[in-house]
Design a protein around this ligand. Structure first.
Ligand code: UD1
Length: 418
């Protein structure tokens, strides 16, 4: 297995082009199941998770053609089963459930397996589809869903915010009979991007960017072209890279509006952010201060930025209280950061980070996507050499991470497994 070797201590400087958002691309690709006509997606990043989704769609009968930064999806659904061998690689595979069911009246989708960052059930997805008239059985590790007479519109009040459940039901409701109202819906920018693509395909959706989405079902959706929004988590990660190294990086295509809470926390910590038309510049000339953050659904501080912010806080002056409200067990980066000299204590869902004067390079192991990139950030700031193993986690969600960082002066390289 490949690893990444970093020699820390270089203040990064230069420009990084932000790629299209992974978490938007996944549901957008699932939209390929909602029509036989071609769906063209542009600004698509080259990521392992998107290759997994393409593989899943291909075995449902959807042809996925990749060209440069574009994906063309088209074709008829020939198989409504999503097998364990693919679903186990990526939880977001559950996003095919709503579209398959809405389109064909049946679906058999493997339950996603255990996940490193908590139990992550899919009960809200299933309850919502049931409320829309589907019959759901769990059999042999699979969700078996049927709606022979189609799905019907209904009002669904989510007991708590779920990005994936909102996406699954939004797609399903677009082809249901009558009106669906989703209350306490997620309003992450990726949801809005999905809704815009569905509207371009002929869906009737109101309430974009709010927590109530109203969908008037239509009989059929048609082909469309959609440009995927820039990845806000990749953006926030490289903003932390500039901050942790005391560097100066311009993030091209980045959208500050999608990162409000993160930018506020960075500014409080002493990082300078200068917004421009086509992105923003992140720099730090002085010391970092400890800042408290709590993860919340959008527009709050995103859980997908928690590990990176913790790496940053581990070299700040003073203490920082970081509370994880979305996932249990999302502190797996803590013992690895501690191996590099970070001083972090976990108390239930919170971590108290006491800033250290410096981190020291060490061999560390990636455990999930965001945890692994937090180790990259720590390695960029640390004295000496850091080797991060199991980098396949990084490749799931960060396109060309070592090229982008090396382009700003980082001493970083991928070491192929012997
Ligand atoms: C998505 C993102 C992920 C991000 C997360 C929260 C994608 C592909 N992934 O994941 O990167 O960290 O949003 O912003 O977009 N839950 C239930 N039952 C359900 C569904 C969720 O209990 O049926 C719980 C989860 O375990 C979690 C919380 O709800 O504790 C939020 O999860 P959710 O928003 O659904 O996350 P994902 O869509 O899986």
């Amino acid at each position: 297995m490949d690893s990444i070797r970093i020699t820390g201590g270089v203040p990064l400087s230069g420009r990084i082009a932000i790629s299209g958002a992974k978490n938007a691309a996944l549901p957008l690709m699932a939209c390929g199941l909602l029509t036989d006509e071609p769906l063209r997606l542009s600004n698509v990043a080259r990521l392992a998770d998107l290759a997994t989704m393409a593989q899943l769609l291909a075995q449902h009968g959807i042809e996925v053609r990749a060209e440069e930064r574009e994906l063309s999806l088209g074709g008829r659904i020939s198989n409504t089963e999503a097998p364990y061998e693919i679903v186990r690689k990526m939880r977001a595979s559950i996003l095919v459930l709503g579209p398959l069911l809405a389109r064909t009246g049946e679906a058999r989708v493997s339950l996603p397996g255990g996940c490193a960052i908590g139990t992550r059930p899919v009960d809200l997805h299933l309850k919502g589809l049931e409320a829309m008239g589907a019959r759901i059985r769990l059999e042999g590790g699979y969700v078996e869903a049927s709606a022979p007479r189609g799905l019907r519109g209904v009002e669904i009040v989510f007991p708590f915010v779920s990005v994936g459940a909102t996406e699954n039901l939004l797609m399903a409701a677009s082809l249901a009979e009558g009106r669906t109202v989703l209350k306490n819906a997620a309003r992450e920018p990726e949801i809005t991007d999905l809704a815009k693509c569905l509207i371009a395909m002929g869906a009737r959706i109101e309430g974009l960017e709010t927590d109530t989405l109203t969908i008037e079902g239509v009989k059929a959706l048609h082909g469309a072209a959609h440009d995927i929004l820039p990845d806000r988590i990749e953006t926030g990660t490289y903003a932390c890279a500039a901050a942790i190294t005391g560097g100066d990086i311009f993030l091209e295509n980045a959208r500050a509006a999608d990162l409000g809470a993160v930018l506020t926390s960075l500014r409080e910590a002493g990082v300078e952010i200068a917004e421009a038309e086509n992105g923003f510049r992140v720099s730090r000339a002085n010391g970092l201060r400890g800042v408290d953050v709590t993860t919340e659904p959008f527009p709050g501080f995103p859980t997908d930025m928690q590990a990176q912010f913790m790496a940053l806080m581990s070299v700040a002056e003073g203490a920082s209280l970081i509370t994880e409200n979305i996932f249990e067990n999302r502190f797996m980066h803590v013992p690895e950061l501690a191996r590099m000299g970070a001083r972090i204590n976990i108390q239930g869902a919170s971590a108290i980070v006491r800033g250290a004067a410096h981190l020291t390079g060490a061999p560390v192991m990636a455990t999930d996507l965001r945890a692994s990139v937090s180790l990259v950030l720590a390695g960029l700031a640390a004295r000496g050499e850091t080797t991060i193993s199991r980098v396949y986690h990084l490749d799931r969600g960060y396109e060309a991470v070592e090229e982008k960082l090396a382009g700003c002066g980082a001493r970083i390289e991928r070491v192929a497994a012997a």
